[in-house]
Design a protein around this ligand. Structure first.
Ligand code: SAM
Length: 481
């Protein structure tokens, strides 16, 4: 999920405020996309009602849960190494139980439990409400498994507990699963079909976050532009809905409007957008509301029509350019970022050059770039040979990254000399004397602390930059305070 894989937080353990009557200790570690980190907040919230307080000390845990990612082979290898570590601790502490959550649970269920016998419990992304029952099974000495994928579950009724939070920015999940069937991607198999969450529960969560002092939210889903609420159920079943359901349905532009109006001071971001599903009304809604940030994460994966087709991305290079032109016309200062895959099966040098020329056209602000990793069960694995040598994949990836760095610097430099609104998120990683926050375009801004506080909206005069960070001085509170 979201998508964005933040390498600095991979494997973070999750901490909750203790409940006095809870006597057991839960250690929970998360890998992968923002959706997984957001899910861990739901899991910790469910288990805090079941007698568990969280701990960051593995050796004192009664229950160890690892929320896993299957998107690339490397992600699974990392988790397997952690499972070895957990089992080493378990030898000295046999009462400790180990559970696998998330995408690997769905993909490897019986292998982890029965063949390799390295875990006590396997729980898929739609089965977290069953955790109390599964833990009772494990307590009684039996292995426990629930990897049933749901048509309905959105966890809209669970109030996630914000964990390791800066108290200023938060994720709000709006869809689960994905229907896109990109041939490289394991998500439809591990997270099931796409369903949307009730807009009223989303607005309620946003209102509660505002009351609790949060000032920026990111609406999360594998493909947010495909959001469609018509009373519940799978997106693919919308055609079977009644006329009333169809007439009162809420799409993503409608949801953005609802959220932006519910809390006009709250900054709103969203991730991830799929080009084939992003419509003009979303871009127009972004332009119409000051509190919706001017930033779109718009993965394209390849610049070659041939490869886009083989990936089952349902748009062409020309369609993508048209979308980019529309964004730039309607929101001239909108930042755009990409995901790119180098070395998809059959990719020629010409296809790779198409990717580089697409990047030259768009001039992305940021990028998340990967070498193709064949995933078992995907359409590409079943139908296409993973025929690009590793060194070619890595060389192409390097060229993509080098070009992106050049563009990132160029794009970041365009902010120098401007005054931009920043929400302070916390102390800069590099200096105790500086705050760090982001501008509307999602670029990190660092400036001297003076008397400002986290959560303040501050106007910052940008004086200098590196390729990824803007440096400036605060000139006062912005109108939004
Ligand atoms: N739903 C989003 C989309 O369709 O663009 C993002 C899905 S995924 C969680 C995040 C990114 O991982 C993808 O955009 C893609 O670039 C990358 N990815 C997914 N499967 C991959 C694979 N088999 N090998 C390499 N990268 C992959």
């Amino acid at each position: 999920m979201e998508k964005v894989i933040d390498e600095s937080v991979q494997g973070s353990s999750t901490l909750l405020r203790d409940r006095e009557n809870n006597s057991r200790k839960l250690y929970i570690e998360s890998y992968g996309c923002q959706m997984n980190f957001s899910d861990s907040e739901i899991v910790a919230s469910i288990l805090s009602g079941e007698g568990f307080n969280t701990t960051s000390v593995l050796e004192e845990a009664d229950l160890v849960l690892v929320n896993t990612c299957s998107i690339r082979e490397k992600a699974e290898t990392t988790v397997r190494k952690r499972l070895e570590k957990f089992n080493a601790v378990k030898k000295k502490r046999p009462q400790m139980k180990v559970g696998v959550l998330g995408c690997m649970a769905e993909r490897l269920k019986s292998k982890l439990l029965e063949e390799e016998k390295i875990v006590d419990m396997v729980v898929g992304p739609d089965a977290y409400k069953d955790l109390p029952n599964l833990i009772r099974e494990v307590d009684d000495g039996r292995n426990a498994v629930n990897v049933i994928l749901s048509k309905e579950e959105t966890y809209g009724d669970i109030a996630p507990v914000r964990l390791n939070s800066n108290g200023v920015t938060a994720f709000v999940s709006i869809t689960r699963g994905c229907d896109n069937m990109c041939t490289f991607c394991v998500v439809p198999f591990t997270r099931g079909r796409e369903r949307s969450r009730d807009p009223q529960s989303i607005v309620q969560e946003v209102n509660e976050l505002w009351e609790a002092g949060y000032r920026e939210i990111t609406l999360l889903g594998q493909n947010v532009d495909s959001y469609l609420w018509y009373g519940g159920g799978l997106k693919k079943d919308f055609q079977k809905a009644s006329d009333i359901q169809k007439a009162s349905a809420v799409n993503f532009a409608g949801l953005l409007k609802l959220v932006a109006e519910a809390q006009s001071g709250m900054r709103i971001r969203f991730s991830t957008s799929n080009p084939q599903d992003m419509t003009l009304d979303v871009i127009e809604t972004m332009a119409a509301y000051r509190n919706i940030c001017n930033y779109i994460h718009l993965p394209v994966q390849s610049g070659s029509d041939r490869i886009l087709k083989a990936m089952n991305r349902l748009h062409t290079r020309e369609d993508y350019f048209e979308l980019i032109d529309n964004i730039r016309n309607i929101i001239p200062d909108c930042a755009i970022s990409q995901d790119m895959i180098a070395g998809f099966p059959g990719e020629t040098e010409e296809d790779h050059q198409d990717t580089l020329s697409l990047m030259e056209y768009v001039q992305y602000d940021f990028g998340f770039m990967f070498a193709y990793s064949e995933r078992p069960g995907t359409l590409a694995e079943r139908k296409l040979e993973d025929d690009i040598p590793q060194e070619t994949k890595m060389r192409r990836l390097r060229e993509i990254i080098d070009l992106q760095q050049k563009h990132s610097l160029r794009r970041t430099q365009t902010h120098v000399g401007k005054v931009e609104e920043v929400i302070i998120e916390g102390t800069s990683k590099k200096s105790e004397e500086h705050w760090m926050g982001r501008n509307s375009q999602n670029t990190v801004v660092v400036f001297p602390k003076e008397n400002y506080q986290p959560g303040d909206f501050v106007d910052v005069k940008i004086k200098d930059c590196t390729s990824a960070t803007l440096l400036g001085d605060a000139i006062g509170f912005s109108d939004n305070n």
